[in-house]
Design a protein around this ligand. Structure first.
Ligand code: CP
Length: 331
């Protein structure tokens, strides 16, 4: 695997999920794989789960890890080509990414969207500039439009907790106090659509009017504005807020009737409740759901380690440090 930016970088989805499950059973079976090699993790935005789970995954493979909160600790980075750098940004990504690539065999980047410039966000300007200039394989720690490590962990969790061969999985919008990115729902939809193609799930999306995801992500999934109808017979409820794609970055609704409650969970097939976390209690989901035995959000977060470890293993195996650099040559 030369990069992990989306589900499109995974040629064999089921095998990758099975690999993550196997690593969960034997976390230290490949401790020599990362020996004398270094993973660099660059965070433009805050994180708890992604930062710690990816570090833990790397340590399980024997990798050294360097972490930097780029926005706080490094120079302000310029991403546009050909600009006169007479403003506040002191370094161009062209040098910064290439330099980090000198120190690390793999680089992970977290960079959230602006939620103001849809064109730039959906062009994945930040992650693509790193991909272009780093000279080593790139791992998305959540980009402007996707969160693939989260989605892989989500699929692993669904596989672990399913009670039927083809569970009904519902992605439901839920209210929030802030405008949030579309990255998690985009990515979840993309991965669930791929899983549905393999016959692993039946996937449906519920959201209020105006919250349609870009069709590249929602694909052919059925979409409803009737949350209760979507919940009927569901095996998994995946709640998430996102801001509007159409009226880009805007909050169009904060309707509390979209919060996930015990009454709504009662419509399901004793569904498991999932959320990527962090979650706002009694805004997105009622305490009684989040604290119930059917909530698997902690197990879901735990699976972030095995998702990251499976991806890092795929990037490292059968490759020298030179091979990693050659594999990362941009198109
Ligand atoms: N789910 C998730 O990515 O959590 P963090 O933002 O804490 O990394």
């Amino acid at each position: 695997m030369n990069q992990f930016l989306s589900v499109h970088d995974v040629p064999d989805l089921l095998a990758l999920v099975q690999e993550a499950a196997a690593l969960k059973q034997a976390p230290f079976a490949h401790q020599d794989l990362g020996k004398n090699r270094t993973l660099g993790l660059l965070f433009f935005n805050t994180s708890l789960r992604t930062r710690l789970s990816t570090q833990r995954a790397a340590q399980n493979l024997g990798l050294n890890v360097m972490v930097m909160n780029v926005s706080q600790d490094s120079w302000g980075l310029e991403f546009e080509d050909g600009v006169v750098m007479n403003g506040t940004k002191a370094e161009h990504v062209k040098e910064a990414a290439a330099v980090v690539g000198q120190y690390c065999e793999i680089i992970g980047v977290r960079s959230f969207p602006t939620l103001t410039d849809r064109e730039s966000d959906y062009a994945e300007t930040v992650i693509n500039q790193f991909r272009r200039y780093a000279g080593v394989p790139l791992l998305s720690l959540e980009s402007a439009t996707r969160h693939p490590l989260q989605s892989l962990a989500d699929l692993l969790t669904i596989d672990e907790y399913k009670t039927t061969a083809r569970p009904k999985v519902v992605l439901t919008w839920a209210p929030h106090v802030k405008a949030l990115p579309q990255a998690v729902p985009n990515s979840f939809a993309e991965w669930m659509n791929a899983a549905q193609t393999l016959g692993l799930v039946d996937f449906i999306i519920a959201h209020p009017k105006g919250y349609e995801l870009h069709s590249d992500f929602s694909g052919n999934a059925p979409v409803t504005e009737n949350q209760a109808e979507a919940f009927e017979g569901a095996d998994f409820i995946y709640a998430k807020n996102w801001s509007s794609y159409r009226e880009y970055g805007k909050i169009l609704s904060q309707d509390p009737n979209w919060m996930v409650t015990p009454e709504k969970m009662a419509l399901t097939n004793q569904a498991k409740f999932m959320h990527c976390l962090p979650v706002r209690r009694n805004i997105v989901v009622a305490d009684a759901v989040l604290d119930s035995p059917d909530s698997i959000v902690i197990q879901q977060a735990g699976n972030r380690v095995w998702a990251a470890q499976a991806v890092l293993k795929r990037m490292l195996e059968n490759r020298s440090s030179d091979d990693l650099r050659k594999a990362a040559q941009p198109d």
